[in-house]
Design a protein around this ligand. Sequence first.
Ligand code: UDP
Ligand code: MG
Length: 153
Amino acid sequence: MSFNERTYIMVKPDGVQRGLVGKIIARFEERGFKLIALKLVQATEEHLEKHYADLKGKPFFPGLVKYMASGPVVGMVWQGLDAVKTGRAMLGATNPLASVPGTIRGDYALSVGRNICHGSDAVESAEKEIALWFPEGVAQYTQAQESWIFSDN
Ligand code: UDP
Ligand code: MG
């Protein structure tokens, strides 16, 4: 856990189609995370196979890749205290039916195959995903509100 931890969050094609991009961004902004990269991209199946390489061989893998390539996604990198674990908590459980209300999936989704968002599951995978989606690098800047979000004690 670190103050500068980074996580890769992605609005999936269904989230983009349903007009949920702004709401998802707002949740991370309002929580106090810092946006350091953002793009809308139509990913290729090849790229998505790399992103989901750990799931290759699962029965849902081909359908997952097709779903993720069915329209543009919004990829972003958020930075802040315990960003990976907190990001996952904000997303909710993989299966939206098991996601508590108040989480993104628990508020906006019903089905595991259309669960509107992705979040890195560990610091190591976050760094891999950031490198895959943002090979050009991410921004570095100081936010004026940081001392109002973090304290020294
Ligand atoms: N998925 C699916 N069926 C399943 C499990 C997962 O369609 O039985 C999809 C779902 O969109 C999920 C993605 O595959 O978000 C990646 O699965 P993972 O286990 O990594 O879940 P996540 O990290 O997204 O919560
Ligand atoms: Mg995952």
